[in-house]
Design a protein around this ligand. Structure first.
Ligand SMILES: Nc1nc2c(ncn2[C@@H]2O[C@H](COP(=O)(O)OP(=O)(O)OP(=O)(O)O)[C@@H](O)[C@H]2O)c(=O)[nH]1
Ligand SMILES: [Mg+2]
Ligand SMILES: [Zn+2]
Length: 292
């Protein structure tokens, strides 16, 4: 049978039969004991008895993420809070680059709407929507926006990503109380989350689909992409960049750059362009080190 690894824990992998929902404990033998397996991997599997079976083969991965380490995810729910903790838009833009370059569709989700003053981050929201991203505003506490969130999660394999304490586990509990995921208040002293979720696990949803709740994290390396392809992950920059004088324009200080002109005219949001320049600097620096 073909199943999916939903959890790796204590040296065991747990395989779910997608047809029945039954979960087996998988033994790894021979060559497979050495091979890397990830949560989300689709595997060929032979049952030994009622509870256990043997992994025969890991099927080719459609997508692969390194942090969190999961395979075959279709979309990433990038969760931030309107406040407690305040959102970090540079980190959000990093996630956007990372997920798009891994061919995983990003969905931006801002939680704790109940704590937000009216109109908070309205401009940023418009910027992301005009660039072409989905932006959801929700509250795990009051239930606002959760029906729309469910529509996006239903029948998809989704990884949740975002800093500790923004309410990733709370959102999943609100959508499906039976999950009973552990949550914890943001630390009063540091204003940050406490890294409550530790295990990477695929959870089946009653509405169809699977989600991976992940531990929060706050720093990320950019993927190893050539400098010229960074703008592809900033759709509003890529669109305007087609009009630059030089086809290899990196939109830094080149003459005839349509992107810089559009930023000056307010047609491209300045904060997005600034993040683009920061990331470009990091990628160029890495290239220099590679070839020096
Ligand atoms: N006011 C308000 N509080 C919320 C909301 N969602 C979550 N919280 C609170 O925020 C705190 C952190 O929630 P968690 O769900 O543990 O956050 P997390 O993102 O899973 O954190 P890690 O597992 O550490 O990455 C808890 O005290 C929640 O009760 C919300 O919509 N509104
Ligand atoms: Mg959590
Ligand atoms: Zn340019």
């Amino acid at each position: 049978m073909v199943g999916q690894i939903i959890r790796i824990h204590g040296g065991f992998a747990f395989v779910r039969d997608p047809d029945t929902g039954k979960v087996w404990t998988a033994l790894r033998r021979g060559k497979l004991a050495e091979e890397k397996i990830l949560v989300g991997d689709l595997v060929e599997f032979s049952p030994l008895d009622e509870e256990r079976g043997v992994l025969e083969k890991v099927l080719p991965r459609k997508t692969e993420l390194y942090r969190p380490p999961v395979a075959n995810v279709e979309q990433a729910l990038l969760v931030f809070a309107f406040t407690e903790p305040d959102p970090n838009f540079k980190l959000l833009d990093r996630f956007l680059v990372l997920s798009q370059s891994a061919k995983i569709k990003p969905i931006i989700c801002f939680n704790k709407l109940d704590l937000a003053s009216p109109g908070l981050y309205q401009e940023e929201r418009r910027a992301y929507e005009e660039a072409g991203f989905v932006f959801l505003a929700v509250s795990a506490k009051t239930g606002q926006g959760l029906e729309e969130l469910k529509r996006h999660l239903s029948h998809r394999v989704t990884v949740l990503a975002g800093p500790s304490g923004v309410g990733k586990s709370s959102l999943l509990n609100a959508i499906q109380p039976g999950l009973k995921l552990q949550t914890a208040p943001v630390s009063r002293k540091t204003g940050r989350g406490r890294h409550t979720t530790r295990l990477v696990e695929l959870l089946p949803l009653d509405i169809g689909g699977l989600v991976v709740d992940t531990p929060g994290f706050t720093s990320l390396d950019l993927p190893d992409i050539p400098p010229a392809s960074l703008s592809a992950y900033f759709p509003e920059i890529a669109r305007v960049g087609a009009g630059c004088r030089f086809s290899d324009c990196l939109h830094q200080a080149e003459p005839g750059c349509a992107v810089r002109e559009a930023v000056a005219e307010g047609k491209i949001p300045r904060f997005r362009y600034q993040h683009y320049l920061v990331f470009l600097g990091e990628i160029l620096e890495r290239e220099r080190r590679k070839f020096s």
